[in-house]
Design a protein around this ligand. Structure first.
Ligand SMILES: NC(=O)c1ccc[n+]([C@@H]2O[C@H](COP(=O)([O-])OP(=O)(O)OC[C@H]3O[C@@H](n4cnc5c(N)ncnc54)[C@H](OP(=O)(O)O)[C@@H]3O)[C@@H](O)[C@H]2O)c1
Length: 296
């Protein structure tokens, strides 16, 4: 089995490479077919997927059985002022990889986002709900999904949310730092979603990659909270005594509109490889005890 991981230096890409090297993670061993897999991690500047020739060359050179596309323009606010760069990385690169995978006969595991939804729903979004993004980032990721469906036939599209991993910056590391350095921290309490440990997501991506259960999936930490509740739990687990102050989205204006409710329901995961995603509080507790208070 040969696996190509794009965006391999990011949060999710790093976690996938780590699990493939270890052959297991906290949730269990990897599927037997994946143990001992030949893994090729690629990222910028060596692999720019926004050019068709770049994606095509990668597939021809490494002839993977599976491509896991973690490459993305993930700066949600910056996408509002740099839409071309965001569309190139999130839509064109997905199209280029899908076309190259189709020619090579490879499976494509493509990662998408809860931000494809408007956030107006009172319940968790199912795979059958119609997307209606409220931000440029959400639009770019939705177009990427459509291109993957259009240009290859062995696809898995996996939407996740509120992701944190060992590498790079994320909300957990930001809150660890802010609650260590300040007496009080204000956090938005009117946006709800599912915090997701990259370890849990990576494990499910690999479970899926070992199958032919193609299609659209939602895969996030179980349980729902607000950013304020998430931040309060981070501070509590770290033993930081900063006062946590709930505020509204209106108190904290940002360039990109965020969904008020972006919780995702996991039906397709349950019906195929199983939903082994931990409750967000359990996965967060393990992350903080493993990482210590490292905010780098
Ligand atoms: N982070 C979240 O909260 C979140 C939530 C929902 C969904 N997701 C999705 O989950 C996936 C993984 O996210 P992540 O947090 O691991 O992202 P990340 O840490 O930002 O990593 C993305 C990687 O892709 C690389 N990249 C960007 N443009 C590229 C291009 N044109 N060609 C090749 N590589 C490129 C980046 O390189 P540079 O660093 O050099 O730009 C970076 O190493 C993405 O699809 C993202 O949309 C993330």
């Amino acid at each position: 089995m040969r696996i190509l991981i794009t965006g391999a230096a990011g949060q999710l890409g790093t976690e996938l490479c780590h699990q493939l090297e270890m052959g297991r993670c906290a949730l269990g061993p990897l599927p037997a077919q994946l143990r001992g897999a030949e893994v090729t991690p690629v990222d910028l500047p060596d692999a720019d997927l926004t050019k068709h020739a770049g994606a095509d060359m990668l597939l021809r050179r490494y002839t993977p059985d599976v491509v896991i596309n973690c490459a993305a323009f993930t700066q949600v606010d910056l996408a509002e002022s740099e839409p071309d760069a965001a569309f190139a990385a999130n839509a064109l690169a997905a199209r280029n990889l899908a076309m190259a995978c189709e020619v090579a006969g490879a499976k494509l595991v493509h990662i998408s986002t809860d931000y494809v939804f408007s956030g107006d729903s009172a319940r968790a979004y199912a795979e059958t709900d119609l997307p209606c993004p409220a931000s440029v980032y959400g639009e770019t990721k939705l177009l990427g999904e459509q291109y993957v469906r259009d240009f290859c036939c062995r696809w898995f599209i996996v939407r996740t949310a509120w992701l944190y991993g060992r590498t790079g910056g994320n909300f957990v590391k930001t809150m660890l730092k802010l609650t260590a350095e300040n007496d009080s921290v204000k956090v938005v309490n009117d946006q709800r979603g599912n915090p997701t440990n990259a370890e849990d997501l990576a494990y499910h991506l690999l479970l899926l990659a070992a199958t032919e259960e193609y299609g659209l999936y939602h895969c996030t930490g179980n349980g729902v909270c607000s950013w304020y509740e998430f931040a309060s739990e981070i501070a509590r687990l770290a033993g930081h005594s900063a006062e946590m102050i709930p505020c509204t989205t209106a108190d904290f204006p940002r360039p990109a509109k965020r969904p008020a409710n972006s919780a995702l329901e996991h039906r397709m995961l349950r019906l195929t490889v199983g939903d082994h995603m931990r409750h967000w509080q359990d996965a967060l507790a393990d992350y903080i005890s493993e990482m210590g208070h490292d905010t780098a």
